[in-house]
Structures are given as structure tokens and as C-alpha cells.
Design a protein around this ligand. Structure first.
Ligand code: CA
Length: 223
């Protein structure tokens, strides 16, 4: 597992590197924002530890831009607790937040927890009820073929990568459109509605996409 550490304070990044390597993680280090974004996109790690305040591009902009290219988990490192509330409100797509000062041990524990949480879908792909076949834009539901549009495919993929996680409409919007176009939230609702209709046409008994009142949607396979 490769962990990218984006941190300009060398003392901190060295401590993280040493603790992560004790747990058999490989690490790659960036201490400047623009180089970090370029590196993360060109050589994606398995997880990113991302400091907020950086020379060059800041952590916030890096996370937003990186999210257009990748669903690799991102843990933000930030100096103040109050900052976390603000970041959550901005919906930058981070998977977790750690407040500075932190103990490197705590960071390693959080890295493992986030990796466990986010790798569930790929580990279980052998016995999943829904199997995405991106090359031909279709999903198999219990082996039954369901043909999707490109947008429906991206929507479903984004949610399937994080089972149980609630996505709001703007998060989903960012996943399905690679440009910065503005579409109304109703557009997402109508894509979701069609996606659900298609899924229920091949499996009438179970719902895989669930509405969460006032927030958005989540993917969850009924047990
Ligand atoms: Ca910093």
C-alpha cells in the first residue's frame, strides 16, 4: 500500500513516514502543492494524507481537483478543530479529518480505518450482487443484465465505491461531470430516478440506492 504524504513541515512528514513504514506502508512525500497535485494524478497512491496549509496550491484546492480524477481516499490534516467544521461545509470530498497536533500513531490508526472502510467494495467483488461492467456500460444484478447510460454508470460507480456512505447531490454532480458545469440538483434526482427504475426492472424485490431525507443518496445492498 502506497501512502502519499503532502506536508511541508519536514519534521512532521518524517515522523509520519517512519511510523507508516513500521506498519509496512510505502510512502511518497510532497512538500509543495502544485507538485503534489501533479504527482497524485500521475502516480495515484492508495491513500493521501493531505495538509491544509501548503506552499503553492493549498490542501483544499488539491483535494477538490484530485477528486475530479480519483476516488482514492483522502485524509485532511488541519491545524484547528474549528477548521474541520468549515471544511465539512465545503464538501471537498475528503474521507476523514485529523486535527493537529496529532500523534503519528493516531494517524496510522486512522489510515488503516479509512482503508478498511473504503476497500470493502473491491474485496467483496467476488460475491457482490451488483457487478459493474464499465467497458460496455452495463451492470449485472444477480446476473441479470441492465444497460446504463454513461451518466448512470458514473453515478452508480461513485456510490458503489463507498457502500453506506451518504452522498449529497453536489458530491454526485462532481463525480458525473468532469467539467465544472453547473446543473440543477433536480438533474441528479432525475438520473437517480431512471437508474433506480432500470435496476428495479431486473430486480424488483430489492432497493440498492436509498434516499436519505434532506441529504442525498447512498448505495447499500440489502442483507
Ligand atoms: Ca503546512
Amino acid at each position: 500500500m502506497l501512502i502519499a504524504i503532502v506536508e511541508d513541515e519536514l519534521k512532521l512528514s518524517a515522523a509520519l513516514e517512519s511510523y507508516l513504514s513500521k506498519d509496512d506502508f510505502d510512502t511518497t512525500l510532497y512538500n509543495e502543492g502544485n507538485a503534489a497535485l501533479e504527482g497524485l494524478i500521475n502516480a495515484p497512491p492508495d491513500l493521501v494524507l493531505l495538509d491544509l496549509m501548503l506552499p503553492g496550491l493549498d490542501g483544499l484546492s488539491i483535494c477538490k481537483e484530485f477528486r475530479k480524477h480519483s476516488t482514492v481516499p483522502v485524509i485532511m490534516l488541519t491545524a484547528r478543530v474549528e477548521e474541520i467544521d468549515r471544511l465539512l461545509g465545503l464538501e471537498i470530498g475528503a474521507d476523514d479529518y485529523i486535527c493537529k497536533p496529532y500523534s503519528p500513531r493516531e494517524v496510522v490508526a486512522r489510515v488503516k480505518a479509512v482503508l478498511r472502510r473504503t476497500s470493502v467494495s473491491s474485496e467483496d467483488s467476488g460475491n457482490q450482487r451488483l457487478v459493474l461492467d464499465e467497458s460496455v456500460a452495463r451492470v449485472l444484478v444477480d446476473g441479470n443484465v441492465c444497460i446504463l447510460t454513461a451518466v448512470e454508470l458514473r453515478l452508480l460507480k461513485a456510490m458503489m465505491e463507498r457502500p453506506g456512505q451518504i452522498f449529497n447531490r453536489s458530491q454526485l454532480m462532481r463525480r458525473i461531470y468532469t467539467d465544472d458545469r453547473i446543473v440543477s440538483e433536480r438533474t441528479i434526482d432525475s438520473h437517480i430516478k431512471k437508474l433506480r427504475q432500470k435496476l428495479s426492472a431486473v430486480c424488483a424485490t430489492d432497493e440498492f440506492i436509498h434516499s436519505v431525507y434532506g441529504i442525498g443518496y447512498k448505495y447499500e445492498v440489502p442483507v
